[in-house]
Design a protein around this ligand. Structure first.
Ligand code: SAH
Ligand code: MG
Length: 198
């Protein structure tokens, strides 16, 4: 397991795969343990690095993870097999915005895919949360660019960064969720669904 994780870290750096930062996945694994999270939906598998680490927290943790890139999906399936997590991790090869989920709900949703689509992911998948479920989002600092969108020269980058800035505002003003922001790794948000009955 430890060896596979190292192998994946090397593969990611050689192939420019943006896997989660150590500090961030450590934070998320602690959160899973502390809150007794059992079912997780991940948007953006890449090669399975974060899925495998989240699934390793406890025997009863299961993960469904969605990836739209074929090469990464294949690599992810391979890695899941290598650590014998076939029964714990379900890898779905599809664009998350096209996935049809029915009759299922999760304790946690981890959004770690295309940054321009964070709000779309949030609004689509929030219906698949259990009561008091949580949505965690990665890369809210976007390597220090967030909060400075107006100073960025590249139009593409500026557009992406201002989308993240909008997403942060969306989270702050969302009455269905209580969101906390953490200056961990590349910036994480933790949005807990409020109890409907209160
Ligand atoms: N969670 C991974 C890293 C994911 S990188 C880890 O920490 O180990 C982001 C991934 O999201 C990329 O592989 C990209 O192909 C995928 N992605 C981006 N937009 C997507 C979408 N709409 N649907 C599914 N996958 C998407
Ligand atoms: Mg990320």
């Amino acid at each position: 397991m430890k060896e596979l994780i190292l192998e994946m870290e090397n593969y990611a750096s050689e192939h420019n795969v943006p896997i989660i930062e150590k500090e961030s996945i450590t934070f998320i694994m602690k959160y899973i343990k502390a809150n007794n999270i059992k079912s997780i939906l991940e948007i953006g598998s890449a090669i399975g690095y974060s899925s495998i680490l989240m699934a390793s927290v406890a025997p009863e943790v299961t993960v469904t993870t969605i990836e739209r890139d074929n090469a990464r999906y294949m690599e992810c399936v391979k890695n899941v097999k290598k650590c014998n997590f076939d029964q714990k991790i379900n890898v779905v090869f599809q664009d998350a915005l096209e996935v049809n989920l029915t009759n299922t709900s999760y304790d946690m949703i981890f959004i770690d895919a295309a940054k321009g689509q964070y709000q779309k992911f949030f609004e689509k998948f929030k219906y698949f949360l259990k009561p008091n479920g949580v949505i965690i989002t990665d890369n809210l600092k976007f390597h220090g660019n967030v909060g400075k969108s107006q100073e960025i020269e590249s139009k593409n980058l500026r557009g992406l960064v201002s989308k993240i800035e909008d997403y942060i505002e969306f989270l702050k003003s969302n009455n269905e969720f209580d969101t906390n922001f953490y200056d961990v790794g590349d910036g994480l948000s933790v949005s807990v669904k409020k109890d409907d009955k209160k």
